[in-house]
Each structure stands twice: as C-alpha cells, then as structure tokens.
Design a binder for this molecule. Structure first.
Ligand code: SF4
Length: 271
C-alpha cells in the first residue's frame, strides 16, 4: 500500500466515476496533501455536497459527511464552530458550490471561517446529465443550452477574493503534483481557503462539446493554464482562453471561530 492510500477507503473502491473522469485525480491530490501534512484522520473531517465530485467524501478515510445539494459549507461551518480544533475540508463541484450553494460560499468567505474548500470545476452538472452550471463558458453546449450557453460565467477565485477569503489558489487535474501543494497550503492556512481544481468531465461536457477524450481535455489544461507570474505578463489578446494557476491571493485576517470564541468568553464573563 502506498502511504497516501491509508487516506482512501479501499473497501469503497472501485469508484462510480466514468472512465477518464478527473475527479479521481483531484481526490488523489487531496489524499497526497493529507499524507504530506501527516493529517490525523480522527481530527480531520471531510464534508461534501451533492454531485459527481461530492461522491469523493465516501471514498476518503476520515470522518466524512455527504450532505445536501449546496449545503456542504454550512454543515462544515457548524462542525468547525462545534470543535474549532478540527481540520475541516469541503469537497464540492461548480454547480454545488457556486449556484445553489453560492450564498453559503460568499458568506463563509466573508466570515473567514477556517475551512478548506476544494472546488472541483468541470464546467457542468455531470451527475444529472450535463446541465450548464454558472461556470460553463459562453458558447459551450449543455442539455439546457443546446445551441451554446449565452450566460456569462464568473470567476470563483475573484468572487472569493471579493467576499473576503484569505487563501485562494487554482490548479488543474493535469498539474496534479503542484495541486497537492496548493491543497496542503490551503489546509495549513488559518482562514477561509479556496482551491479551485479545474478538472475534466469527458462524458457530460467534453463529448457534447467535441473536446476529445480525457487525454485531449487534459492537454488543453496543459496549454491554457499558466503560472500566475507568467500570466500577468501576457497581453489581453494573449490571455484569451488562458487562465492563471498557483497561489492567486493570500492575506491575514481574523478567523471566525476564534472571534466567536472571544465573544462567548466575554458573554460568560459578563463584559
Ligand atoms: Fe465524471 Fe462527468 Fe462521469 Fe460525472 S459524468 S463521473 S463528472 S465524467
């Protein structure tokens, strides 16, 4: 057994993901980040919402909670408030996190709750057959956009930054090794961390958009993902379909559960 495999539930594998799905790559990166940090399985909780990527909580060997659609972050916030010593990691997809769960996402970032949110972004609702999500690019086809989406997606990293998150990073399934480090640093960071992991759904998204098989989709990540420093030197024309990866933003701010504990103490002391 490889050392990171102790963080996976062998008895639940094989998994239910389609051949070529990127979710397994991102899940392995989380397991390897746990290995790198030597995370204690009894003091780490994984919380997920609903969707293909959220099935990862069932395959990971921690205390895990597979919750309701869009509600992983409020469950995770409750866990963190009940026991601030726990490391709490949220696994969520682009539909789960940024559409139905969008308000929870914004307000957990605003409060700077010490959670690490791993956003598996495959630009589609995979589990329900390929409806467009709010991160589906303009022009891409979905079951709910058969002639191409006209809805503009937003950048979840920019949204998290505007809302108050204190650690924001983006990686891809192609860049699996650096993704491990981005996740590990997010877990170490004391506050609301977002790691957007661009990943491929060759079945409900790639096939419909003639993007080739999983390997072609991974190659497109290799071509379009650019380290932040190099990205910033590109002209607007050169940026076109490209996007920055790496640590995009970091800052210090008071962490929510510590602030909350301070208020509880004041209330108890009658101050
Ligand atoms: Fe992965 Fe897409 Fe299949 Fe879901 S539908 S398991 S996201 S390839």
């Amino acid at each position: 057994m490889r050392t990171y495999e102790k963080y996976l539930r062998e008895e639940h594998i094989p998994h239910m993901w389609c051949p070529g799905c990127g979710n397994g790559i991102v899940m392995k990166s989380i397991a390897k980040a746990a290995e790198k940090l030597g995370l204690d399985q009894d003091n780490t909780v994984i919380v997920s919402g609903i969707g293909c990527s959220s099935r990862a909580s069932g395959y990971m060997n921690f205390d895990t909670l597979h919750t309701a659609h869009g509600r992983a972050i409020p469950f995770a916030t409750g866990i963190k408030l009940a026991n601030p010593k726990l490391k709490v990691i949220v696994i969520t997809g682009d539909g789960d996190c940024t559409a139905i769960g969008g308000n929870h996402f914004i307000h957990a970032a605003r409060r700077n709750v010490d959670l690490t949110v791993i956003l598996f972004n495959n630009s589609i609702y995979g589990m329900t057959g390929g409806q467009e999500s709010c991160l589906t690019p303009v022009g891409k086809n979905a079951t709910t956009a058969p002639f191409g989406s006209v809805d503009r997606p937003f950048d979840p990293c920019e949204l998290a930054k505007g809302a108050g998150a204190t650690y924001i990073a983006r990686g891809t399934a192609y860049h699996a090794k650096p993704l491990v480090d981005l996740i590990a640093q997010g877990i170490l960071s004391n506050g609301f961390s977002l790691v957007e992991a661009i990943t491929q759904c060759p079945v409900a998204y790639g096939r419909r958009n003639k993007m080739g098989d999983a390997s072609e989709m991974l190659k497109s990540m290799r071509e379009n993902a650019v380290n932040l420093a190099a990205f910033e030197k590109l002209s607007d024309d050169q940026k076109c379909d490209k996007y920055p990866i790496g640590i995009l933003y970091k800052r210090e701010a008071p962490e929510y559960t510590a602030e909350y504990a301070r208020v509880i103490k004041m209330a108890k002391e009658g101050k």
